[in-house]
Design a protein around this ligand. Structure first.
Ligand code: ARG
Length: 595
C-alpha cells in the first residue's frame, strides 16, 4: 500500500494549490493525541504565516478544495488553522485486506532503487570483538535489512582491520612461538585461541622495546609482508583465520547477515595505496596547486573548511614521513573501489562518533578529487557509547573492555534462569532455544530501541524485563497472539478458512479500529526509520503495536462464536505476522512460540 502520510500529503498539496495557486508542503504528521484524529496537517497554517494571511481562513479554503473523502472522514480545522484528519473505517478495512493478501505485508517498494554499500562491523584482526563493536555490527545489519526489504541493492562490506605495521611484530612473535613449540603452519590447538593471540600481541609490543633481535625480526616480517614473502604471508593468514573464526561465531549468534563473502578488509587495498597518493599529487585544485602536498615530511591533503584549533588548515595525512600509508589512505582506496567497481549510488559507514572528523575529511577529499559526483550520497552513521551502570564506558572489574562473547553468553545464561523459573516443564532443548532467542534478542533490542546517537546504560535487568519496551515483552506478545490461534484450532475453528472468509473487515469496536489503523502504518514506520537510519522508530512502532493489541484483546473477546470472530482472527493473524516480520526480518531477533 501507499504510505498514508504521502497519500494524504498529495491531496492536501493539491488542495492548497487549488485554493491559493501556491505550491506548498502539506506538513502531515501523525496526530499527537487520537482525540484529535489520526493525522494533522500544518501546511495551510505555515503558508498563511508566510503570506501574512489569516491562517484559519486559509485552512478553511484548503479544506473546501480538499478531495479526500475516499480516505478520511470530513476534515476538521483546529486551533489557529491546523487541519485534523481521521481515517475512514472503510479505507482502513480495505488496506487491511490488502496486507492480508500480500506476502510482503503490502509494503511498497522504493520507486528509486539504488546500489547502497553499507560498511559496518569492521573488527580488528588479532583482537577479540568487544562491546564497542556491538552497535556498528547490529545497527549496520538492521539498516541493510530495511534497505533490502524496500528494494535497494545492498552491498555489505566488512572493512576489517587486517593490515598495518602491528602485524609485523605479531607475525614475528607468532612465528617464534610456532618454532618454539616445534610446529609448523596452522597447528595451534584448541586452547590457543584468539585470546592467546591477543596475549602475543601485548608480548610482542613489549619485546619490540626490550629485545633488539626481536625488533629486527619484526622489521623483517613487515618488510616480508609488504614484498609478498610467502612465509610471512602464511603466518599472517593463519592469524587472520583465527580471528575470522572468532567473529563469524559472534555474527551467527547475533543473527547478523555477514559472512566471508562480505569481508573486504584493509589488506585488500594494499596495492592501491601508492596510486591513491600519486593520483592526489597529480590532481590540481582550481588554483593549479596539487591536492596532495608535502608538509613536515608527510604527504597531506588540505580539504577546504577544515581548521586546526590554532586556525591553520587541517591536514588529512595519507603518507607518513617513513613512507607508511594510513587508515585514511586505505579508506580513500576503498571509497574508489566502491564507486568504480561496486557502482555505489550511496555509501553508508557505521562507526562510533569518534570517527566523525575522519569521515568528514574523507568525504571532502574524495569530492575535491572528483572521485564522487553530486549524485552520490555519503553518510556517516554514528552512535554513542555503551555505558556501565555507573554511567562510565562499560568495562570489566579489571578495567578492560568487555568481550562481546562474554556479554552475550551472560545474557543467554540469565535468560535461561528466567525460563527455568517460568517453564520448568519444558525440555532441555526447548529451554536452550528460548534462552538463546530471549538473551541475544534482549541485548540487540535494547540497543536498537535506544536512539543511536545517545549513549545508553547497559543493564541486564532492564533489557530482560518482561514489562516495557524490551525484547522479552515483544517476544511474549508474539507468543501470546500465536497461542490464540492454537486455542481456536483446539476449539475446532478452522482459522485459515475463517480469515479467508473476511470480505469486509468489520471494525466497529474502537479497539478493533485502533489496532487496524496501527497495522496499516507498518510501512510508514520503516520509511521513518530509514529516512534517518534509526531503528528505534521501528522498535517504537512494534512496541505500540503490542500495546494496541493488548487493548484490543482486553476489550474484544476473539474466540466467542459471534459475527465479529473472523475479523478478530484476522487482526490477530496480522499482528503476529507484523511483529514477526519486524523482529526476525528487520531486527534479526528470533521469535518463539512460547515463553
Ligand atoms: N576497524 C575500524 C575500527 O575498529 C572500523 C572500520 C570502519 N570502516 C571504515 N571504512 N573505516 O574502528
Amino acid at each position: 500500500m501507499k504510505n498514508v502520510i504521502e497519500l494524504i500529503s498529495e491531496r492536501i498539496t493539491a488542495a492548497i494549490e487549488q485554493a491559493t495557486g501556491q505550491k506548498a508542503a502539506a506538513m502531515v504528521t501523525p496526530a499527537t493525541d487520537s482525540k484529535f484524529g489520526d493525522y494533522q496537517s500544518n501546511g495551510a497554517f505555515a503558508l498563511a504565516k508566510q503570506l501574512k494571511n489569516n491562517p484559519r481562513q486559509l485552512a478553511e479554503k484548503v479544506v473546501a478544495a480538499l478531495q479526500i473523502d475516499d480516505i478520511c472522514l470530513p476534515p476538521e480545522i483546529a486551533g489557529a488553522g491546523f487541519i485534523n484528519l481521521r481515517l475512514k473505517p472503510e479505507f482502513v478495512a480495505e488496506n487491511l485486506l490488502r496486507i492480508a493478501a500480500n506476502p510482503n505485508l503490502d509494503i511498497e517498494k522504493t520507486s528509486n532503487p539504488q546500489t547502497v554499500v553499507v560498511d559496518f562491523s569492521g573488527p580488528n584482526i588479532a583482537k577479540q570483538m568487544h562491546v564497542g563493536h556491538l552497535r556498528s555490527t547490529i545497527l549496520g545489519d538492521c539498516i541493510c535489512n530495511m534497505l533490502g526489504f524496500i528494494g535497494h541493492d545492498v552491498k555489505r562490506q566488512n572493512h576489517i582491520g587486517d593490515w598495518g605495521k602491528q602485524f609485523g611484530m605479531l607475525c614475528a612473535l607468532y612465528d617464534r612461538k610456532c618454532i618454539e613449540m616445534g610446529r609448523q603452519g596452522k597447528t595451534l590447538n584448541a586452547s590457543e585461541t584468539l585470546s592467546d593471540i591477543e596475549a602475543f600481541y601485548r608480548e610482542a609490543q613489549q619485546l619490540c622495546n626490550t629485545d633488539k633481535e626481536f625488533d629486527q625480526e619484526a622489521r623483517e616480517a613487515i618488510a616480508g609482508l609488504h614484498s609478498g614473502s610467502q612465509v610471512w604471508l602464511a603466518r599472517w593468514e593463519e592469524i587472520v583465520s583465527y580471528s575470522r573464526e572468532h567473529y563469524e561465531k559472534i555474527y551467527e549468534k547475533l543473527r547478523v547477515g555477514l559472512s566471508d563473502l562480505h569481508v573486504r578488509g584493509e589488506s585488500e587495498y594494499r596495492d592501491k595505496l601508492a596510486d591513491v597518493v600519486n593520483d592526489l599529487k597529480q590532481k590540481k585544485d582550481s588554483q593549479g596547486n596539487p591536492l596532495a602536498v608535502e608538509s613536515d615530511g608527510a604527504i597531506c591533503v588540505f580539504p577546504d573548511g577544515f581548521k586546526t584549533k590554532e586556525g591553520n588548515p587541517m591536514p588529512f595525512i595519507i603518507q607518513k614521513t617513513d613512507g607508511a600509508f594510513l587508515y585514511a589512505t586505505t579508506d580513500l582506496a576503498a571509497l574508489r573501489y566502491r564507486i568504480n567497481e561496486l557502482k555505489a549510488d550511496r555509501i553508508i559507514y557505521v562507526t562510533d562518533a569518534r570517527q566523525k572528523l575522519h569521515f568528514e575529511m574523507l568525504f571532502a577529499v574524495a569530492r575535491k578529487a572528483g572521485w564522487i559526483n553530486d549524485n552520490i550520497k555519503l553518510d556517516h552513521i554514528t552512535f554513542g557509547s555503551v555505558l556501565g551502570e555507573d554511567g562510565k564506558p562499560l568495562k570489566t572489574r579489571s578495567g578492560e573492555n568487555v568481550k562481546l562473547k562474554d556479554l552475550l553468553d551472560e545474557a543467554v545464561k540469565r535468560a535461561k534462569a528466567v525460563v527455568e523459573e517460568k517453564n520448568p516443564e519444558l525440555s532441555a532443548d526447548e529451554k536452550e532455544k528460548i534462552a538463546n532467542a530471549v538473551g541475544i534478542g534482549a541485548v540487540k533490542y535494547a540497543d536498537y530501541s535506544n536512539n543511536r546517537t545517545s549513549d545508553y546504560i547497559f543493564s541486564f535487568d532492564k533489557m530482560l524485563a518482561m514489562e516495557g519496551n524490551t525484547a522479552p515483552y515483544m517476544q511474549y506478545a508474539y507468543a501470546r497472539v500465536k497461542s490464540i490461534g492454537r486455542k481456536a484450532e483446539q476449539k475446532g475453528i478452522n482459522v485459515e478458512n475463517e480469515i479467508n472468509s473476511v470480505k469486509t473487515p468489520n471494525l466497529t469496536e474502537p479497539a478493533e479500529l485502533a489496532l487496524a489503523k496501527h497495522l496499516i502504518k507498518y510501512g510508514q514506520s520503516i520509511n521513518t526509520a530509514l529516512s534517518d537510519l534509526r531503528p528505534n522508530f521501528l522498535t517504537n512502532y512494534l512496541y505500540e503495536l503490542a500495546q494496541e493489541f493488548s487493548g484490543f484483546y482486553n476489550a474484544c473477546p476473539v474466540l466467542e462464536d459471534t459475527p465479529a470472530r473472523p475479523t478478530r482472527l484476522l487482526l490477530c493473524d496480522l499482528t503476529a505476522k507484523t511483529i514477526r516480520h519486524g523482529l526476525e526480518n528487520l531486527l534479526g531477533i528470533e521469535v518463539v512460540k512460547q515463553m
